[in-house]
Design a protein around this ligand. Structure first.
Ligand code: ZN
Length: 465
């Protein structure tokens, strides 16, 4: 039997070194969706390859049409049948945005002891997602160094373009089907329930993006001359957008709810028990509209949405200008649940807009693809192992939660490869993800690393026999 206590002690003994290494990784500006980020992406990929090689995995950097994937696996040839576990993380980060809004430099992290007693480090990628991938790499390192072998057959896949839409991921997965075959994929890119309670995410929404432009029969006109009589695309577009929802917050687009299932009673009951905790959202929700008949958690985890992400047209300048704009544009996103189909949702929206278009005006749409929702099994042995391992480390049960977010990879792996996915992570909404002064703390890092060791132990007990 493995000596798990020794592995955990090794993690604690080695913790300072481990934090120092993570800070080194965070200091590499691997910004995904800006051209100047390219050298940082490559440096981070090489850095990770060498760390994975150092712990005994054979690692390579694989080029894609976008940013490279770092892929590593444990040596083949073990005589014993063991489960094969895949770990996914992403090493690219969001752009820093307005530097003036950062109190801490985004790529010079150090550990700071703060007034609330936490030891935090600030930096772009500190939470999303370099600390996340570091939890399983460090857990694998410690296990290997104490036990002289990995807890199972291991595949590590680290993506470099999650923050810019994972465009080359489907082709990569298709091309590397064989390398990625596994019994379970641990997707380490998700939130805990609270700073002290772990979670496994079992419901992810799908996502469709769409851009719509309404064009008047004329280019820009003088609003004094024609305001009383000519078509105004901003007014038309605003009316169309306002009409999408009825007073109860339901979407009026025909066929929008096709494939949406009512939330089962047992699930509703379980979620209602969590509703109080949800006050920890740390976001002021006043003025928001929740669909009638649903609690906030139910709406966030199990109801589809249409969101307006941006709207533009006409005079955006500093001063007034008497103009009737020739066009107006909006960007929308749709968050899908259950069996809603991205293609049908897009077509339904386009038909809805066309049905409302005044005579003489025209409309242009832009957008394709999208991902459907994924609901993961609650009762696989890997979910049970993960839930027990997490509960042991955090001394409180793991919450099986949903999220409004999408991880297209989960759909790819579960639907395309037929692999079971378990989505776990140790970040929180309060970590300023995608925002200035993104941060993380050493307590969650240590417990995150230790959590994986507990999970490995449970897998060995329950599954490896
Ligand atoms: Zn992100």
């Amino acid at each position: 039997m493995p000596n798990v206590e020794n592995v955990l002690r090794d993690i604690d003994d080695n913790f300072e070194v481990s934090v120092r290494k993570l800070l080194e990784l965070i200091s590499i500006p691997s910004v995904s969706n800006e051209i100047p980020g390219e050298p940082g992406i490559l440096r981070a990929a090489h850095w990770l390859k060498s760390e994975l090689s150092a712990i005994g995995l054979s690692a390579e950097i694989i080029q894609t049409n976008g940013h490279p994937v770092v892929l590593a696996s444990s040596p083949a040839g073990s005589m014993i049948e063991r489960p094969r576990l895949l770990f996914y993380g992403h090493y690219d980060v969001q752009p820093v945005g307005d530097l003036k809004q950062w109190k801490h430099s985004p790529f010079e992290p150090c550990v700071i002891e703060e007034e609330d007693g936490a030891h935090r480090f600030y930096g772009r990628g500190a939470s999303d997602s370099k600390s996340q991938l570091w939890t399983f790499i460090e857990a694998l390192r410690a296990w290997k160094s104490i036990e002289c072998s990995f807890p199972a057959d291991i595949v590590v896949m680290l993506e470099g373009e999650e923050e810019s839409g994972s465009a080359s991921l489907p082709a990569f997965i298709e091309a590397h089907r064989h390398d990625l075959q596994c019994d379970v994929a641990f997707i380490c890119d998700a939130e805990m329930w609270s700073p002290t309670q772990p979670a496994i995410t079992t419901r992810l929404k799908g996502l469709v993006h769409e851009r719509v432009t309404i064009l008047a029969p004329n280019p820009d006109l003088h609003s004094g001359h024609y305001g009383a009589v000519a078509a105004n695309p901003i007014r038309i577009l605003s009316n169309i957008l306002t009409d999408i929802h009825d007073k109860a917050g339901r979407v009026r687009i025909e066929g929008f709810y096709d494939g949406v299932r009512e939330i089962p009673d047992n699930l509703r009951q379980r979620w209602r028990g969590l509703e109080q905790d949800a006050d920890q959202f740390e976001v002021n929700l006043s003025g928001g509209i929740t669909e009638e008949g649903y609690t906030r958690l139910e709406a966030m985890w199990a109801r589809p949405t249409v969101d307006m992400n941006g709207i533009t047209g006409g005079n955006q300048g500093p001063g007034g200008r008497s103009v009737l704009p020739g066009s107006a544009t909006a960007r929308l996103s749709f968050r899908l649940v259950d069996a809603q189909e991205p293609g049908k949702i897009r077509a339904g929206f386009r038909a809805y807009v066309e049905s409302k278009l005044p005579k003489g005006c025209t409309v242009e749409f832009e957008g394709d693809g999208g991902s459907p929702a994924v609901v993961l099994s609650h009762d696989s042995p890997f979910v049970a192992a993960a839930a027990h391992g997490l509960a042991r480390e955090w001394e409180t049960p793991a919450i099986l939660r949903g999220t409004g977010g999408a991880i297209p990879l989960v759909h790819q792996l579960s639907e395309v490869l037929g692999v079971e996915c378990v989505v776990i992570g140790f970040i929180l909404p309060g970590d300023a993800i995608h925002a200035p002064d993104e941060h993380y703390d050493t307590r969650r890092l240590r417990k995150g690393v230790r959590s994986w060791v507990r999970i490995f132990e449970e897998i060995q007990l329950r599954i490896a026999g």
